[in-house]
Design a protein around this ligand. Structure first.
Ligand SMILES: [Zn+2]
Ligand SMILES: [Zn+2]
Length: 350
């Protein structure tokens, strides 16, 4: 039987923490559940899920649909699409059988890339290798949230692209429903002996096709949509991510500062071992605390103030019942007082 190989390449960068990654997990779960009821898909579809942040990793190895179970998704630091592509090419080489003069190999792999932001790495070498050796042998569809990635870049790696209007449930539901339908109809094509294609046809609410023939200017500050900060609980030493989303309101009546306000989305538990495994040591930038609006609750101990900054630069949660505080990073114990002064905080790449 000729396999129909499906590769998912999914962005697990810090800006995905919280609701978006939960929606990806749920979407993938329902995709697998409904494809498993489809006899055509069961006959040919093989799936692998690759995740990338600063580094790329197999999230669920190449496996036939019947034996495939939807995974949990970790979070890492950075958006290295170059590492993602390198990893994908290695997995294609290892798992997809090419046609030879004597035998027919597998069907052309379908590659579904999902990313929520601009790449933060130097991806040129990987993109060139992808273009010269792989792009034509696969059918690749990229999906992204909003108008954040340049069309030139999308065209250099994908054949088609769709855009989710925002990072809310309705859009993710439509996207995973589209993916499910697309894989189902591709498996019917395979059963009829036709080369499968993941065509962008009718799109549901919350999705639109990106017209790659149009030269569209993408705003320059787009990777700035979120401000994500790494914290440590002082009681458990567990790590969490605090996520702020850029607001559009005017800050302090200053019309030049309207785009600098970030509103709290939440603080989320983090699998720090997996986080480090998916991240690269990278230069971080800093954000002025006065632009961050809202104080998070610690997702471990429930402290209402999970945003104190130690002398070591680490962010940790405060125990409001005592004056003496211990940093969850360096272990220094000191008396902390609330400050109204501006200070800078290290922010992650997202
Ligand atoms: Zn805590
Ligand atoms: Zn410290």
């Amino acid at each position: 039987m000729r396999k129909l190989p499906i590769f998912f390449l999914i962005d697990l960068s810090e800006s995905m923490v919280g609701e978006p990654i939960e929606l990806v997990r749920k979407g993938m779960e329902s995709l697998i559940r409904s494809l498993k009821k489809n006899p055509y898909a069961l006959e040919t579809v093989w799936i692998e899920i690759i995740g990338f942040a600063g580094k790329a990793r197999t999230i669920e190895p190449f496996e036939e649909l019947a034996l495939f179970y939807p995974p949990e998704f970790p979070i890492g630091g950075g958006t290295s699409i170059g590492s993602g592509l390198e990893f994908l090419m290695k997995e294609i080489d290892a798992n997809v059988k090419c046609s030879t003069a004597e035998t027919k190999g597998d069907w052309k792999p379908l590659v579904f890339i999902f990313t929520d932001g601009q790449p933060t790495d130097d991806f040129q070498a990987a993109v060139s290798r992808w273009q010269s050796g792989y792009k034509r042998k696969c059918q690749t569809l990229l999906a992204t949230i909003g108008n954040v990635i340049s069309h030139d870049f999308i065209s250099s790696i994908a054949d088609d692209a769709i855009q989710l209007e925002n990072d809310k449930e309705e859009c993710f539901d439509s996207y995973f429903k589209w993916l499910t339908d697309s894989i189902a109809s591709s498996s019917v094509q395979a059963s009829e002996g036709i080369e499968p294609t993941a065509k962008v046809g009718e799109l549901e609410c919350g999705l639109s096709k990106i017209d790659l023939t149009k030269q569209e200017r993408v705003p320059a500050s787009v990777d700035d949509n979120y401000s994500v900060i790494l914290g440590a609980c002082q009681k458990t030493q567990e790590k969490y991510l605090i996520k702020y989303k850029k607001g559009v309101e005017i800050f302090d009546g200053d019309f030049n500062n309207f785009d600098k306000v970030y509103r709290l989305e939440g603080a989320y538990r983090l699998d720090y071992k997996k986080y480090k495994d998916l991240s690269v040591q990278a230069e971080t930038s800093s954000v002025d605390a006065k632009y961050l609006q809202g104080i998070p609750t610690c997702p471990y101990c429930g402290s209402k103030h999970a945003f104190a900054v130690c002398m070591c630069g680490g962010v940790f949660c405060v125990d409001l019942d005592t004056d003496m505080q211990t940093c969850g990073w360096c272990g220094t114990t000191a008396r902390y007082e609330a400050t109204c002064e501006d200070f800078n905080i290290e922010r992650r790449q997202g």
